[in-house]
Design a protein. Structure first.
Length: 345
C-alpha cells in the first residue's frame, strides 16, 4: 500500500531506424547526481494527443521539477521497440520506461538481463499463472496498470444520460483484452442508467497499427453516426482523431481518452476519460531519483485517482447539472465498492 500511495499522491482526479524525439542541438550537460531516464513510445508516437503525449508530458515535468535527464525514443515497427529499450538499458539509464502493453515481454526479458537498472511498463501485461493470479514482474520492474473500466463506466453513464437518440457508439483500436476493458466499462455504464439504450461497437483492426489510422477511425465513426448514434467513445490512440473529425463533420459528439482531448474538436467533445500516464512516468522517475524504486504491480483506479473524467469550463455547458450529479454519485458508489465494474466482455 505504501508503494501505491507513493505513486498516486499527486495523480489527478480526474513504440529500421530509431528517431529520437528531442529538439536538435547538443544536449545540456548532465550533473553527476541527475537521474537519467529513457522513454520508448508506443505505436502512434508523439502527436497522438493521447497516451504517448501523456508520457512525454510526464518526462518533461521530471526534467523541470526533478532535474532529470530524459531521452525519448520513437521506434519504427517490429524489433525497433526492443532495440530502443535495449539501447537505453545498455547505456545504464537509471530508469527505462516502455509506454504500452506491447513492451511487456521485452521489458520482462531486459529486466532480467539488467538487474541493476530500473524498468517501468505503462499498461504492462504479462498474463496469469495456472491459478489465474497475475504473474509478478521481476523485482526491478514496476508494472503500472490502470482500471480503465472504472473511468469508462462513468463516461458510458454520462453518454447515455446526455444522448438524445439513446444510441451510443464505441470505437476501439486493436481488438484485444486491454481495449476490451474500456468497452466493458463503457457498456456497463450505459446499461446501468439506460437499459433501453443501444450500443454499436467496432474496432479498427487486430494489430498495433490499429492505433494509428485516423482514416479508419473516421470511417467507422461516420458509419455509426449514420446509424443514429449521437455520441461515440473512442479508445484508439491517434485513430481516434478520425472519430473527432467525423463528429465535427456531422455535428455530433465524441468522448476522448487517456488525456483531455477537448481541444481536438472544441464543442464536439462531451468529455474525456483520463488516465494518469503523465504522473505515472513522473512518479516512477521520482522513485529512481530518491533511490526508493521498487518493482511490483500497481493498480490505479477511481479510488486512487488513477482514472477519471473531464468536467470543466470547456464542457460544462454540454452536461446538465443533474447529469453531472448522477455521474458523481456513481463515482462514489464505485469507490465504495457498491458498484462492481466488469473488466471483460
Amino acid at each position: 500500500m505504501r508503494k501505491l500511495l507513493a505513486l498516486v499522491t499527486v495523480l489527478l482526479v480526474a513504440h529500421g531506424a530509431l528517431l529520437f524525439v528531442r529538439p536538435s542541438g547538443a544536449a545540456p550537460p548532465v550533473a553527476s547526481t541527475a537521474v537519467t531516464v529513457g522513454v520508448v513510445f508506443d505505436v502512434g508516437g508523439r502527436g497522438d494527443k493521447s497516451f504517448n503525449d501523456g508520457a512525454y508530458l510526464g518526462g518533461e515535468r521530471a526534467e523541470r521539477e526533478l532535474g532529470a535527464h530524459v531521452r525519448f525514443i520513437e521506434p519504427g515497427d517490429g524489433s525497433d521497440r526492443e532495440s530502443g529499450l535495449r539501447l537505453l538499458a545498455a547505456e545504464r539509464m537509471d530508469l527505462v520506461v516502455g509506454v504500452g502493453f506491447i513492451f511487456s515481454d521485452d521489458l520482462t526479458q531486459l529486466a532480467r538481463e539488467y538487474p541493476n537498472t530500473h524498468f517501468a511498463g505503462i499498461d504492462y501485461s504479462i498474463g496469469a499463472d495456472s491459478a489465474g493470479n497475475p504473474i509478478e514482474p521481476p523485482p526491478n520492474l514496476a508494472a503500472l496498470k490502470f482500471r480503465e473500466e472504472e473511468g469508462s463506466f462513468l463516461v458510458g453513464a454520462l453518454a447515455a444520460l446526455v444522448s438524445k437518440t439513446k444510441k451510443v457508439g464505441f470505437v476501439g483500436g486493436m481488438n484485444f483484452p486491454l481495449i476490451h476493458k474500456f468497452e466493458a466499462g463503457f457498456r456497463a455504464g450505459v446499461r446501468h442508467v439506460c437499459p433501453q439504450c443501444s450500443i454499436i461497437s467496432q474496432y479498427a483492426g487486430v494489430t498495433p497499427e490499429a492505433f494509428r489510422n485516423p482514416g479508419r477511425g473516421k470511417e467507422l465513426a461516420l458509419s455509426q453516426y449514420q446509424q443514429g448514434v449521437d455520441i461515440i467513445y473512442h479508445a484508439a490512440g491517434s485513430t481516434g482523431l478520425g472519430v473527432f473529425e467525423a463528429a465535427r463533420q456531422t455535428n455530433k459528439l465524441a468522448i476522448g481518452v487517456d488525456a483531455d482531448q477537448y481541444q481536438e474538436a472544441p464543442g464536439h467533445i462531451l468529455t474525456s476519460m483520463v488516465k494518469g500516464v503523465d504522473v505515472a512516468v513522473f512518479e516512477a522517475t521520482r522513485w529512481a531519483k530518491e533511490r526508493r524504486f521498487k518493482g511490483g504491480i500497481y493498480q490505479l483506479g477511481l479510488k486512487e485517482g488513477g482514472v477519471g473524467y473531464v468536467y470543466d469550463e470547456h464542457n460544462r455547458a454540454l452536461i446538465p447539472d443533474a447529469v453531472h450529479d448522477r455521474v458523481e454519485q456513481l463515482r462514489q458508489e464505485i469507490i465504495a465498492g457498491r458498484i462492481k465494474v466488469p473488466s471483460t466482455l
